[in-house]
Design a binder for this molecule. Structure first.
Ligand SMILES: [Zn+2]
Ligand SMILES: [Zn+2]
Length: 902
C-alpha cells in the first residue's frame, strides 16, 4: 500500500485552512431536518454583528464545538445553529460615529436613508466574526445562518408582539425610565451599570410660605433637580415637623409654592429628615408623587439640557446647571452647607454616560405570569442550570422581576408594529401594516417610531431560527434544544427571557441544559480590558500557536465555577503537547510501512503485559472523557487525555514497545505494530473534539481498517472507512479491554521499578549512555515472578548491564537504595561514579546554594523589603528560599552517599 508520511514539523496554519474548507464543502456540519438518528442541538449565543472575536467568544464557542463534534461522532444528528444579532444601539452607534467623522448626523439623513446606510454597513463590514469563528474551528451548520433582523426572524418578532399585545401582556405606560441622554433612548434596569462614586450632599434652605425668616433645610445629592420639585416630604411620625405638614414652602430661585407632605418613605435619619420630591426625575419620588397626587414637572429635554420649565436656567446642560444653581443658592444665602457623600451612580452600559430617570411613554411586557412559568420549569427540573449555584441567582432575579421596558428610541431595530390614530387616538397593532384605524376607520394613522429592545428578538432565538411561526420539521426534530452554553453575564438579559418566551409560545422549555461557563481573565486574575492593556487577542494566539493548542488550553482551564487565568505561556505549553502528538504519530507511521490492519486477525495476537496495560488505560481514558463531557467537566476531559497521551502513551508505551519493533520475532513485531496503530487511531478520535485539525491531519495518514468504524460515512455493507475523522465513531468503553486490568496492574509495578532505577541514575548523575547494574530484592514471590517475566523491559528502559532479581539477595555495601511497593531497588555505586570529582561537584553546588540562601534570607529579614514589596512578590521570594533548602537537602544526601564510597 502507498504509505503516507507526515511533515517533519506540524504547521498549523495550512493544515487548519485545508481541513476546514474540506469539512465545510463536504457538508459535514450539516444537520438533517428529519433523521432516524437521535437529535442533538445547540443554538449559538448570537454575537453582535458589530463584534470581533474576543476571549469570551473563543471560550464559549470552543466549548460548544467540543460538544457538537463529540455528539456527532457518537452518531447524533447534530444541529449547531449559528447567526448574529443586529445589536440595536451598538450597531447604530458604529454608523453614527462614521457619519460624525463626515460631519453629519442621522437626523440629516432621515430614518429611511439611515437604516439603508446601516444595512449597507452590515453588508460590507458586519459579521466579520463569522470568519473568525471558522478559524476557531466552529462546526456550525453555516447554511442555516440567521440574523435577528432577517425576514423570517422579523416575522417571528412581529407575531410575538401581536400575540402578547392581544393577550394583554404588552401595554404602554407613562413612567419613569432610565434614559441615556447621549444615546437618546430608554434603558432597561439591567442595562444600567451602577458604580460607587464620590458626591456631595447639599443642604438647601426652603423658606416657609407666610412665615418670613423661617425655613426648612432639605438635603439632596442632585440640587439641579429642584427645578422640578413639586413638594417636600417628612416622615408622618417625625415630631420635629408635625406642624409643617399641610403648609407650603417656597421653592428657592424659582419662587413657586409647593406643599409639605407626610410620607413613610422618608428616612428620618437621612440629612435633616426633610427631603425634596421631584416625581419626574427620581424613581422613589415618582411613587410618592402618585400617592399624594403631585404634579410631575419634566425639566430636561432628551439630551439632558434644561428645558423651559427651568426658567432662567433653560438651555444649560445638567451638570452646568448644577454648578450655576449651587452658586445662586449660595449668593442668596440659602446654601447651609455641603457634605461629602458617596453614592451609586448609574451609567449607560453602552456609552457610560450618567443615566437620567426620565418620564416618558414606553412599551412594556408584563412579565409576572411569564416569569412564574419560567421559574417553575427550572424547579421541576425541565431545565437544568449548571453549575447549580446559578439556579439560585436565577430564582432571585425572577422573584424580583419588574415589567420589561421593550421600547427603544433608536432607528436600527424591529420597529414596533403599532399605529396611532390621529383622529380618535386608538392604537392598532396588527400583523399586516394597516391602512385605517381599527376603531374609527380613519386613514390618518401613523406608526410608532420606537423600535424593540435588541433582547426582544434574541429572546425568541431558539425557535425563531428554526422557522417559527411555521411548524417546521426542524422545530419538531430539534426543539427543545439540548444545551445552551453561555456566560453568566447574560443569564438575565437573555437566558431568562428565552425561558419565558419559549414556554409561552412553544409550550416547552427552550433547552434542557444551560451550562454557564466562567470568565477568561489575565494571568493575574484581572478582567481583560483595553484600558488596562492586558487583552489577549484570540486571533494573534491562533496565529502564534495554532488553533488546537489554543482550544486545548481553553478546555483544560474550563473548570466549573472558576474563572480562567490565561497566560500565553500556557498556550505555548499546549503547543508542545500538539508537537508531542505529532512526533509520536511520526514514530508510529515510520513503523507502519506496509501495515494493513484488515489483514490481521486480532484474536490470534498474543498481547504482552505492556499491550494489555496500554489498552486498559486507553479504555479507562475513554470512560473518563465520556463521563467528563457528559457532565460538562471539560477540564477533566482535557486532563485525562493529556495524561494518557503524554505520560502513558508517549513516555511509556512507545518506549516499551521499541524492543519488540526492532528486535522481536515476526509475531511480536506484528502485535506491536497492531497495538501501536490501534491506540493511536483511538486516541486521535478521542482528541478530535478538542483538537480537530491536528487529529484529522494525522488520522488521514494512518492505515484504516474497514470494519470497526461505526460512523456516519461508513454505513452500508462494504464497511468502508469514513472519509473524515469527523464522521468516525467516538471510542466507547469496551468490556473486553476492561478485562486487561490484571496485566495493567503488573505493568504498573514494572514501570515503578524502572522509574526507581532512573531516579537513582539521575541523582547520581550517571550519564545516559552508561549501563549500570541493579539488584531487585522482592518480599513476595508474586513480585518476583512478575519482575522476572518483564526482565527485558527493565533491562532496556533502565539501561542495565546486569540485573539480579531475587528474594533476600545479597547486597553490595556501597549502593543507592529505593523502595517501590514490596521491592527494594539496589544500585551498586562503586566504579559508577568518579568519587573525587563527584564530591567536588557536590560541594561546589552546595556552596553556591548557601550563598543564594544567605542573600535571600537577608532580604526576607529586612523589614523595609517585607513591608514595602507587594505581598505576592514577598510570597514568591519565600517560596524560592524553601526550594533552595529542599535542593540543599537532596545534595547533602548525595554527598553523604558518595563519601561512603571512599
Ligand atoms: Zn448611552
Ligand atoms: Zn381612529
Amino acid at each position: 500500500m502507498a504509505d503516507k508520511e507526515l511533515a517533519k514539523v506540524y504547521e498549523p496554519a495550512c493544515v487548519e485552512e485545508k481541513w476546514y474548507r474540506e469539512w465545510e464543502s463536504k457538508g459535514y456540519f450539516r444537520a438533517e431536518a428529519a433523521s432516524s438518528r437521535p437529535a442533538y442541538s445547540i443554538v449559538i449565543p448570537p454575537p453582535n454583528v458589530t463584534g470581533a472575536l474576543h476571549m469570551g467568544h473563543a471560550l464559549n464557542n470552543t466549548l460548544q464545538d467540543i460538544l457538537c463534534r463529540w455528539k456527532r461522532m457518537q452518531g447524533y444528528n447534530v444541529l449547531w445553529m449559528p447567526g448574529t444579532d443586529h445589536a440595536g444601539i451598538a450597531t447604530q452607534n458604529v454608523v453614527e460615529r462614521q457619519l460624525a467623522t463626515a460631519g453629519k448626523d442621522r437626523f440629516e439623513l432621515g430614518r429611511e436613508k439611515f437604516i439603508e446606510r446601516v444595512w449597507q454597513w452590515k453588508g460590507e463590514s458586519g459579521g466579520q466574526i463569522i470568519g473568525q469563528l471558522k478559524r476557531l474551528g466552529a462546526s456550525c451548520d453555516w447554511e442555516r445562518e440567521r440574523f435577528t433582523m432577517d425576514e423570517g426572524l422579523s416575522t417571528a418578532v412581529r407575531t410575538v408582539f401581536v400575540k402578547l399585545y392581544a393577550d394583554g401582556l404588552i401595554y404602554r405606560d407613562n413612567r419613569l425610565i432610565n434614559w441615556c441622554p447621549r444615546c437618546h433612548t430608554a434603558l432597561s434596569d439591567i442595562e444600567v451599570e451602577h458604580e460607587e462614586k464620590k458626591g456631595h450632599l447639599w443642604h438647601i434652605r426652603y423658606p416657609i410660605a407666610g412665615q418670613p425668616g423661617r425655613y426648612v433645610t432639605v438635603a439632596t445629592t442632585r440640587p439641579e433637580t429642584m427645578l422640578g420639585d413639586t413638594a417636600v416630604a417628612v416622615h408622618p411620625e417625625d415630631e420635629r415637623y408635625r406642624d409643617l405638614v399641610g403648609k407650603k414652602v417656597i421653592l428657592p430661585l424659582i419662587n413657586r409654592e409647593i406643599p409639605v407632605v407626610a410620607d413613610e418613605y422618608v428616612d428620618r435619619e437621612f440629612g435633616t429628615g426633610v427631603v425634596k420630591i421631584t416625581p419626574a426625575h427620581d424613581f422613589n419620588d415618582f411613587e410618592v408623587g402618585l400617592r399624594h397626587g403631585l404634579d410631575k414637572i419634566n425639566i430636561f429635554d432628551e439630551s439632558g439640557i434644561i428645558n423651559g420649565a427651568g426658567h432662567q436656567y433653560e438651555g444649560l446642560e445638567r451638570f452646568a446647571a448644577r454648578k450655576k444653581i449651587v452658586e445662586d443658592l449660595e449668593a442668596a444665602g440659602l446654601l447651609e452647607r455641603i457634605d461629602d457623600h458617596g453614592m451609586a451612580v448609574g451609567g449607560c452600559y453602552r456609552c457610560k454616560t450618567v443615566v437620567e430617570p426620565y418620564l416618558s411613554l414606553q412599551w412594556y411586557v408584563k412579565v409576572g405570569p411569564l416569569a412564574e412559568r419560567a421559574m417553575t420549569a427550572v424547579k421541576e427540573g425541565k431545565t437544568r442550570i449548571l453549575p447549580k449555584q446559578w439556579e439560585n441567582t436565577y430564582y432571585d432575579w425572577m422573584e424580583n422581576i419588574r415589567d420589561w421596558c421593550i421600547s427603544r428610541q433608536i432607528w436600527w431595530g424591529h420597529r414596533i408594529p403599532a399605529w396611532f390614530c390621529d383622529h380618535c387616538g386608538e392604537v392598532t397593532v396588527a400583523m399586516e401594516d394597516p391602512s385605517k384605524c381599527s376603531m374609527c376607520g380613519s386613514d390618518e394613522i401613523h406608526q410608532e417610531t420606537d423600535v424593540l429592545d435588541t433582547w426582544f428578538s434574541s429572546a425568541l432565538w431558539p425557535f425563531s431560527t428554526m422557522g417559527w411561526p411555521e411548524q417546521t420539521a426542524e422545530l419538531k426534530t430539534f426543539y427543545p434544544t439540548s444545551c445552551l452554553v453561555t456566560g453568566f453575564d447574560i443569564l438575565f438579559f437573555w437566558v431568562a427571557r428565552m425561558m419565558m418566551m419559549g414556554l409561552h409560545f412553544m409550550d416547552e422549555v427552550p433547552f434542557t441544559d444551560v451550562y454557564i461557563h466562567a470568565l477568561v481573565r489575565d494571568a493575574q486574575g484581572q478582567k481583560m480590558s483595553k484600558s488596562k492593556g492586558n487583552v489577549i487577542d484570540p486571533l494573534t494566539v491562533i496565529d502564534a500557536y495554532g488553533t488546537d493548542a489554543f482550544r486545548f488550553t481553553l478546555a483544560a482551564f474550563a473548570a466549573q465555577g472558576r474563572d480562567i487565568k490565561l497566560a500565553e505561556e500556557r498556550i505555548a505549553g499546549y503547543r508542545n503537547f500538539a508537537n508531542k502528538i505529532w512526533n509520536a504519530s511520526r514514530f508510529t507511521l515510520m513503523n507502519l510501512v506496509g501495515f494493513e490492519p484488515d489483514s490481521i486477525d486480532a484474536a490470534t495476537l498474543e498481547l504482552t503485559n505492556a499491550d494489555r496495560w496500554i489498552l486498559f488505560r486507553l479504555n479507562e481514558t475513554a470512560r473518563e472523557v465520556d463521563e467528563a463531557l457528559t457532565s460538562y467537566r471539560f477540564n477533566d476531559a482535557a486532563s485525562a487525555l493529556y495524561r494518557f497521551t503524554w505520560s502513558e502513551f508517549c513516555d511509556w508505551y512507545i518506549e516499551l514497545v521499541k524492543d519488540d519493533l526492532y528486535k522481536g520475532d515476526n509475531q511480536r513485531q506484528t502485535t506491536a505494530r497492531y497495538v501501536l496503530w490501534l491506540v493511536l487511531e483511538h486516541l486521535l478520535r478521542l482528541l478530535h473534539p478538542i483538537m480537530p485539525f491536528i487529529t484529522e491531519e494525522i488520522w488521514q495518514t494512518l492505515p484504516k481498517a474497514g470494519a470497526g468504524f461505526v460512523g456516519r460515512g461508513s454505513a452500508g455493507a462494504d464497511c468502508k472507512p469514513p472519509a473524515s475523522i469527523m464522521l468516525a465513531a467516538y471510542p466507547r468503553w469496551k468490556q473486553e479491554w476492561a478485562a486487561f486490568d490484571d496485566g495493567a496492574a503488573e505493568m504498573e509495578l514494572v514501570m515503578a521499578v524502572i522509574s526507581g532505577i532512573r531516579n537513582i541514575r539521575g541523582e547520581m548523575e550517571v550519564p545516559p549512555s552508561k549501563s549500570i547494574a541493579a539488584v531487585l530484592d522482592c518480599k513476595s514471590t508474586t513480585s518476583l515472578q512478575l519482575l522476572k517475566k518483564n526482565e527485558v523491559y527493565i533491562m532496556g528502559l533502565a539501561r542495565l548491564s546486569d540485573l539480579a532479581i531475587g528474594q533476600g539477595v545479597e547486597r553490595p555495601t556501597d549502593a543507592a537504595l529505593q523502595v517501590t511497593g514490596d521491592v527494594e531497588i539496589v544500585v551498586p555505586l562503586k566504579g559508577l561514579v568518579n568519587v573525587e570529582e563527584e564530591e567536588k561537584r557536590l560541594l561546589k553546588e552546595i556552596g553556591k546554594i548557601d550563598k543564594d540562601m544567605e542573600f535571600l534570607g537577608g532580604k526576607l529579614e529586612n523589614p523595609s523589603f517585607v513591608e514595602r514589596a507587594p505581598a505576592d512578590v514577598v510570597a514568591k521570594e519565600r517560596e524560592k528560599l524553601a526550594e533552595f533548602a529542599n535542593k540543599k537537602q537532596v545534595l547533602a544526601e548525595s554527598l553523604e552517599k558518595i563519601r561512603r564510597l571512599k
